[in-house]
Design a binder for this molecule. Structure first.
Ligand code: GCV
Length: 668
């Protein structure tokens, strides 16, 4: 009995947030439809209601789930719930809606709510999609939770418990998944591989999850043996048309393609003197008869193109209005690359005649891997709610006001038992799904739900854990890249600090010095009108605000300005004082998290308590490493004092980079 509790608890966090509460009330069921989605509904309900009977007629039932509702408040795959201890009615217009309603009901029951009156919920974005950066060989680009959940040795071989993935997604409304890396292997479209993809699609279909594929633009040549992959070439068009037909014959509900083109060395239409629109529209035309779409990425930059932060805008704005109606441009939240904090990409709001969608990153490529507790809902809310000043819209509104709407994020899953490499990292997968369904939810609400479902219902513990989660992203920004600094991380593996990085002959725009511009005269990238003028890409009043260091929000000041070390802020602190203060504050926050966490022994399961305790130790050590490495390096230019003793010397900071991260060591 003594060992039973921890074992049970381990199983719980491996089960993600799907730990619904057993209901002792006897219910008489009536389910309107018979189909694979309703089979899932039945299974979910029966797993938590041991005392059940089935009714022949709806009038006799106390637990009704219907997908033929006439209620006009329900839209798309939305639903309505009415429930008390004795009666439950979940209505929707589609089976998927009914499934989502059931999960909402189970979640609320688990979190202690019994009476629910006329609760209507409709999805905000139509497509709520995960992007897996999984490679056919089984590796995962930027994955920190083991190997691929989909592939092994060049073939599809998905996790045997893939149902947990499907349930987890459906429970938060995620309805789409791109199973392969955007750095796409042409092999993904081979007939043999497609047979495997079909088995994935078949398994996910009952959960209303559509499969999409990331494709390599040069597939016609690389896989099909054609002489070219020019999007205007007739044979190339025929090749894609036939390939799309083959896919839909196998997978009738196939979603479409995600394309990374002419980016980081990948092929694209520009190799043939064509535009992104030529490339995207050619694929879109092949998919159109089947209802498929193209998600075309705007993540483009090259070393000759000037300020990297400006390039996506410069390349895509001239194409505004030139894309077909089943194309949607997928734009990373910031103009550079998933940094701990970036201003929003200026394409949001600016592209007025093109459908656009946001791409977020759940996997913590630049945020301490799955070793640092960093709850991302706060970062995503900051992004979604930022005013673009284009027609008075926030970023979120710019992506919702169009025929086709979508919201995507790079997944953090792997084949580790707990899926994400860290129980706390599971919260970000959960939060992404919840925000894709309803971007108006608050970070607090989502944190509370997730803690209740995954860790504990103890009120005091929920408060404490939630306060750690809500402060965690700012702490990471502070100890890694405060005040608008960015891209200071280790070369290639993106782990640890390496602002000093200097690889002979390497691309300048892959080197931290390109971004921080530390020198005797100061720090930061001048993107104001006296510099690269990236501010020009923002709508007034943002443009003027970002352009003036006195008006620029402090959190972006070194993103837009190169300031002298003794530059004085309104509070009287110099730039150096502020830098030291923020770096150290980040470290102090992690110490505070440790202190709070230490009080939770017995309030969460032992395995969870131990896992978080252990990871916080790693996080503190790495936060100190970031603080010390960055401050000691910047000090070589500022020549100013660090008012405390660092934990590491500069030499030790550099040497540590050549060791392995904690999560990598776990894999050995
Ligand atoms: C999938 C960054 C990452 C790459 C990633 C790329 C992208 O550069 O480091 O691993 O490639 O973004 O989003 O395409």
């Amino acid at each position: 009995m003594l060992t039973l509790l921890p074992m049970l608890a381990t199983a719980q966090s491996d089960n993600l947030w799907l730990n619904f509460k057993t209901m002792q009330e006897p219910y008489v069921f009536y389910l309107t439809s018979k189909n694979p989605t309703f089979d899932v509904i039945k299974k979910e309900i029966l797993s938590v209601v041991p005392n059940f009977y089935t009714a022949k007629k709806m009038e006799q039932a106390s637990f009704v789930v219907l997908d033929n509702s006439q209620n006009s408040a329900i839209q798309g795959d939305g639903f309505m719930i009415n429930a008390d201890e004795k009666n439950v009615k979940i209505e929707a217009k589609t089976s998927a809606g009914a499934l989502y309603g059931v999960y909402e009901f189970l979640r609320r029951r688990k979190n202690g709510e019994t009476v629910i009156k006329n609760f209507v919920s409709n999805p905000a974005f139509q497509i709520r999609i995960l992007n897996h950066w999984d490679n056919p060989d089984g590796s995962v680009e930027r994955g920190y939770a083991g190997k691929s959940i989909w592939f092994q040795d060049g073939k599809i071989n998905f996790r045997s418990d893939i149902e947990t993935y499907a349930r987890a997604n459906a429970s938060v409304g995620i309805n789409a998944t791109v199973i392969d890396n955007v750095n796409a292997d042409p092999k993904i479209l081979s007939s043999q591989m497609l047979q495997g993809v079909k088995t994935v699609a078949d398994r996910l279909r009952p959960y209303n999850i559509k499969v999409y594929l990331a494709v390599n633009f040069s597939s016609p040549a690389a896989l099909g043996g054609l002489k070219t992959s020019d999007p205007l070439d007739k044979d190339v068009i025929d090749w894609w048309t036939k390939k799309v037909k083959e896919i839909y014959t196998l997978i009738p509900n196939f979603g479409g393609f995600l394309v990374k083109a002419n980016s980081e060395g990948l092929p694209g239409p520009m190799d043939f003197g064509r535009t992104h629109a030529d490339g995207a529209n050619m694929l879109a035309k092949a998919l159109k008869p089947y209802g498929g779409i193209v998600m075309w990425r705007a993540f483009v930059y090259n070393p000759q193109g000037g300020d990297r932060a400006k390039q996506a805008y410069d390349e895509f704005m001239p194409l505004d209005g030139k894309f077909d109606d089943n194309v949607i441009i997928q734009i990373k939240n910031g103009p550079v690359d998933f940094q701990p904090r970036e201003p929003f990409s200026p394409l949001f709001g600016a592209m007025k005649n093109t459908q656009i969608m946001a791409e977020l990153q759940i996997t913590q490529e630049y945020l301490g891997y799955s070793d640092h507790l960093c709850y991302l809902a706060t970062m995503w809310k900051e992004f979604l709610d930022y005013p673009t000043y284009h027609n008075g819209k926030t970023v979120k509104e710019t992506t919702l006001n169009q025929k086709l709407t979508a919201f995507s994020a790079v997944a953090n899953t792997g084949n580790m038992k707990n899926w994400c490499g860290y129980v706390m990292a599971q919260s970000n997968w959960y939060a992404f799904g919840r925000l894709a369904w309803n971007p108006d939810l608050t970070s607090q609400q989502i944190a509370k739900e997730w803690i209740n479902l995954t860790l504990t219902n103890d009120e005091d513990a929920v408060k404490k854990i939630s306060s750690i989660m809500l402060r965690s992203r700012e702490a990471v920004v502070d100890y890694m890249t405060p005040l608008g600094l960015h891209h200071l991380m280790g070369w290639s593996d993106h782990w640890g600090p390496e602002p000093w990085c200097a690889i002979p002959g390497a691309r300048e725009d892959w080197m931290p010095r390109y971004y921080h511009k530390a020198a005797a005269d100061g720090l930061g990238f001048n993107r104001s009108s006296t510099g690269s003028n990236a501010v020009e890409q923002y709508q007034e009043p943002l443009k003027s605000m970002f352009n003036d260091p006195k008006l620029c929000p402090k959190e972006f000041v070194l993103w837009f300005h190169h300031l002298p070390w003794d530059y004085t802020f309104d509070n009287g602190n110099t730039l150096w004082d502020e830098l030291v203060y923020h770096y150290d504050k980040g470290v102090k926050e992690v110490e505070a998290f440790q202190n709070v966490w230490a009080t939770l022994k017995g309030k969460v399961s032992d395995p969870v308590f131990n896992e978080v305790t252990e990871k916080l130790k790693v996080q503190l050590d790495e936060a100190q490493w970031w603080r010390d490495g960055c401050l000691l390096y910047f000090q070589t230019f500022s020549k100013m004092d660090i008012p405390f003793k660092t934990k590491y010397t500069f030499e030790e900071c550099k040497a540590k980079l050549r060791t392995k991260s904690y999560i990598e060591r776990q894999k050995d």
